[in-house]
Each structure stands twice: as structure tokens, then as C-alpha cells.
Design a protein around this ligand. Structure first.
Ligand code: NAP
Length: 325
């Protein structure tokens, strides 16, 4: 089959031939119609984020497509079904093998292109806001990188949960988009310390939950922004991973719960449970258009380099999708 491969010397991407996945007894082979980019793809390509042991080395953490083969033990799917799923890797290819229990049904009114933009962003947002973050109605939630793929999903989930959301992003265009998606307040982090504004917006309460993609460069502002008994989930380090002069006093005084999380390295069992919880919460809402993937741009997979460049330059609002012929 064809797949996007990485030239080991130049790190350039090209479409080449590779071996087809084999269908295990609990698995499906899916003919991939679309996949999406994730920040992790940029790192993996540079050799900085290897796939979990034993998983496909092909890029691509999500896909939407048509079931082409069904493993002997799989009872819930048949050939021809339209499915989408999270992947540990392998999405930038014509075919992928997935556990039958990881597949989600694509609602009739949702296209392959739209469905491919959902799993990684929405499951990451769901895991960190709901499962780990324990988001509650009327709480204040601070979502950084609000216009990112994950950020645009998180804004919608927080809105559906009845929380008040404050987002940060780096341009007026991105902030306006976040507000149009349902964010309640939007702050340009390029103006500097955002914590004063957070404290003002929350009338001195602080935020109950922080979804932190940034890490080091926002460290002190986040410490200042979080409320007493606040939860703070670190899921990215776009602003660096080393913080100097950490004063842990605030963590004790405010009783802060600080958590780190990755989705890709979790066990298949964990991901299946998460997928099923997410489906229960979200499939009807997707069908009714209450939540939707935000798609910045759609490319044919022959234009994969251009799509990667757009993400690298931080130009996307929402997801970049690759359609696979
Ligand atoms: N731990 C997990 O399980 C998990 C899963 C999925 C994704 N992630 C992480 O979530 C983050 C978002 O992923 P994505 O694929 O949705 O990203 P994306 O669509 O590429 O968006 C990332 C955005 O972050 C902002 N940004 C970049 N560098 C920044 C900096 N130094 N300070 C502040 N903002 C910065 C940029 O927007 P502005 O123009 O606003 O600066 C950029 O467009 C990534 O860090 C990714 O690794 C983690």
C-alpha cells in the first residue's frame, strides 16, 4: 500500500510503498479516506517523539474511512461501515488496522473529512477536561492555545458542560474565532502576564481548571491564575519544559492539583474506555451539530509538506486535514 514516509536523511515527507497491515482477530482493516495533522507529527518527523513500542512508525494519530476487513472475533462491524478512530500511529496511509472496539460510527451527516478531524482533538479535550480535570458546571476554565486543534475542541466541550471559559491565543483573528465558538473571554498572551486579567474576570476567584499546552513560559502566570483547590493539567510544552526558581508555596497554600497527561502512550484498554465514554457524550451532539470539528484547511495527501509547514508556522485555526485518494 501507499503511505507518507519520512526520508531518513532530509526528513522530507514523500508518498512511497510500504507493507499492508494485517487484520488481527479483534481488529478491523480500514481503508483510510482522511487523516489529520497533530503537533506530535511534527515532532515525530524530527525524531523527537517516537511511536509507542510495537506501533506503526507511519505518522498519523487519527483517521476516518471504510471498513474493508473484519477480524473473526469482531461482531459490531461489517465491511462497508463508515468509522473513525484514534490511532497510536499509521493514519497517513491507505490502510490501517484498529481494534474493533476503538472504532466509532461516523454519523450520516458527517463527512470523512470532518470525522478525521475529531478523534485526537476531542478525545484529548475530553480526557483532560472531564476525566482528569473533573470540570463542573459554572466553573472557570482557562484554555491556552485556544485556536489549536485541541483548543477548539476544548472550548466546545467546556461550553457544553456549562463552564465559563477564558482562552489565550496569539492574534486577534484567533481570539475572535474562539469567542465565536463559545469562549466567554479571550486574552492575547502576547500582551504579557495574563493573570491580572484572569483574576479580574473571575472576580478574585481564579480559574478552577487550566488546560495547559504551554508549560514553562506561562508557569508563573498559571500559578497566579489558578484558584484555591484548582486543577491544572499539563498536556503540552510549546513554551518549554524547564522552569527556574519554582516556589512551591502556592501549590500548598492553594491546594493545587497539578497533573501531567499524554494520550498516545496510554494502553489500548484505557483508550477504548475513553472512546466509549466520549461517544456516549458526543455522538448525538455531533449529529445535531451542537459540537463540530473546526477545520482550518483540507489538503490532498500529496500536499502533506505544505500542510506541515502551515502548522509549523502556527497559522492554523483548528485542524488541518489530509484527504487520501
Ligand atoms: N498530552 C496529550 O495527550 C496531547 C494530545 C494532543 C495534543 N497535545 C498537545 O496539545 C498542543 C496542541 O496541539 P494541536 O495539534 O491542537 O496544535 P496546533 O493546532 O498546531 O496549535 C498549536 C498552537 O499553539 C500556539 N503556540 C505555539 N507555540 C506557543 C508558545 N510558545 N506559547 C503560546 N502559544 C503557542 C500557536 O497558536 P498562537 O498563534 O495562539 O500562538 C499554535 O497555532 C500541542 O502542544 C500538542 O503536543 C497533547
Amino acid at each position: 500500500m501507499k503511505a507518507v514516509l519520512i526520508d531518513e536523511n532530509t526528513k522530507n515527507l514523500y508518498i512511497g510503498q510500504t507493507t499492508e497491515p494485517v487484520c488481527g482477530e479483534n481488529e478491523l482493516i480500514v481503508r483510510v479516506r482522511a487523516t489529520s495533522l497533530n503537533r506530535a507529527d511534527l515532532l515525530q518527523r524530527e525524531g523527537k517523539y517516537p511511536p509507542p513500542k510495537g506501533e506503526s512508525t507511519i505518522l498519523g494519530l487519527e483517521m476516518a474511512g471504510v471498513v474493508e476487513q473484519v477480524g473473526e472475533q469482531v461482531t459490531e462491524w461489517k465491511i462497508g461501515d463508515r468509522v473513525f478512530a484514534l490511532l497510536p500511529g499509521g493514519g497517513y496511509a491507505e490502510k490501517v488496522a484498529i481494534p474493533g472496539k476503538m472504532a466509532m460510527r461516523i454519523p450520516d451527516n458527517v463527512s470523512f473529512t470532518e470525522a478525521a478531524a475529531i478523534p485526537e482533538a476531542f478525545l484529548t479535550a475530553y480526557l483532560n477536561l472531564v476525566t482528569l480535570g473533573e470540570i463542573k458546571e459554572k466553573e472557570y476554565v482557562l484554555i491556552h492555545a485556544g485556536a489549536s486543534g485541541v483548543g477548539t475542541a476544548a472550548i466546545q466541550l467546556a461550553r457544553e458542560m456549562g463552564a465559563t471559559t477564558i482562552v489565550t491565543a496569539g492574534s486577534k483573528e484567533k481570539l475572535d474565532y474562539c469567542l465565536s465558538l463559545g469562549a466567554d473571554f479571550a486574552i492575547n498572551y502576547k500582551d504579557g502576564d495574563f493573570s491580572g486579567k484572569v483574576i479580574e474576570i473571575t472576580e478574585n476567584h481564579g480559574v478552577d481548571l487550566i488546560l495547559d499546552f504551554i508549560g514553562a513560559s506561562f508557569w508563573q502566570y498559571n500559578v497566579n491564575s489558578v484558584s484555591i483547590d484548582g486543577r491544572w493539567v499539563l498536556i503540552g510544552m510549546l513554551g518549554g519544559h524547564e522552569v527556574s526558581h519554582v516556589n512551591i508555596g502556592a501549590f500548598l497554600a492553594k491546594r493545587i492539583k497539578y497533573m501531567g497527561s499524554t494520550l498516545r502512550t496510554r494502553t489500548p484498554e484505557y483508550k477504548i474506555e475513553l472512546t466509549q465514554a466520549f461517544q456516549q457524550f458526543a455522538l448525538d451532539k455531533l449529529e445535531e451539530g451542537k459540537i463540530k470539528p473546526v477545520i482550518d484547511k483540507v489538503y490532498n495527501w500529496t500536499e502533506v509538506e505544505e500542510a506541515h509547514r502551515r502548522m509549523m508556522e502556527n497559522r492554523n485555526i483548528g485542524k488541518l486535514v489530509l484527504e487520501i485518494d
